[in-house]
Design a protein around this ligand. Structure first.
Ligand code: 5RP
Length: 246
């Protein structure tokens, strides 16, 4: 059970898409309240984090985020930040990240995550783990009893190493599938020029920490989307209107 949190579901929860967008907006508004003047802020990626970047932009325009600088975790978040008037810097040009917000594809009761639905998990893991405080923002549909329940584990792979990596993922008990573009006529290519393999684990993911390490030990793997022990807190927007920190 999930003390103080909306109930986890045992399957993919159904949620009205219109309601889901308003939940994402609610949690996005909530997280930007945590940003203090002068902070260097890691800007997450995906639709929920994009709404938070938009909310940051509104505060910027009101002069409320004095000396705040955003560090984008993807081209998408960097471009959006500029579009909404948020000042940005590159990760290599800052000494620290004070605070980071980011979305997730799945969250378990220990605040372990699956990320990478937008193929950006390599840089998001770098920024989220660099941040002094990493806050994950999700709607209730992302809460699961066990990671891997509704979403596969994304793995960023060097294209030149795709075949041996696929074999090693199968040896770990996975069922890997190369992610293709919507047109289905080519693979998705990440910001870093690599491929993404989505891996289902039919036997379940009993120990996300060791699976995260095992996948990253495969030569040719850049990073995988299991984020174990990265989140400091999770804000969950639920249909009954509560935003609850896990
Ligand atoms: C991108 C991510 C996103 O944070 C994740 O896919 C959640 O996205 P959304 O907020 O659109 O549901 O990991 O790689």
């Amino acid at each position: 059970s999930y003390p103080g949190l909306c109930k986890a579901s045992s399957g993919s929860p159904t949620i009205n898409p219109g309601v889901q967008v308003s939940l994402k907006r609610a949690v996005a508004k909530k997280v930007v309240e945590l940003i203090k003047p002068g902070m260097i802020v890691g800007l997450g990626t995906g639709s929920t984090a994009s709404l938070a970047i938009e909310e940051m932009g509104k505060l910027f325009q009101k002069g409320k985020l004095k000396d705040v600088v955003g560090v984008g975790m993807s081209y998408q978040s960097k471009v959006l930040a500029r579009q909404f008037g948020v000042k940005t810097a590159d990760l290599n040009d800052v000494n620290t990240i004070d605070f980071a917000f980011d979305g997730a594809d799945e969250v378990d009761s220990s605040m372990n995550l699956i990320k990478g639905g937008g193929a950006a998990h390599t840089m998001t893991k770098v920024v989220d783990t660099t941040a002094k405080q990493c806050v994950i923002i999700v709607d209730q549909s992302k809460i699961v009893l066990e990671l891997g329940q509704t979403f596969p584990v994304p793995v960023e792979v060097l294209p030149q190493a795709i075949s041996p990596v696929l074999r090693r993922l199968v040896a770990l008990g996975g069922v890997p599938e190369i992610r293709t573009a919507l047109r289905k006529d080519g693979p998705v290519i990440t910001d870093h020029g690599n491929m993404v393999v989505d891996v289902r684990f039919p036997e379940g993911i009993k120990d996300p920490g060791s699976l995260e390490r095992d996948i990253n030990m495969i030569p040719g793997v850049l990073e995988n989307g299991l984020f174990v022990g990265v989140a400091d807190s999770v804000l969950v927007a639920t249909q009954d209107g509560e935003d609850i920190s896990v």
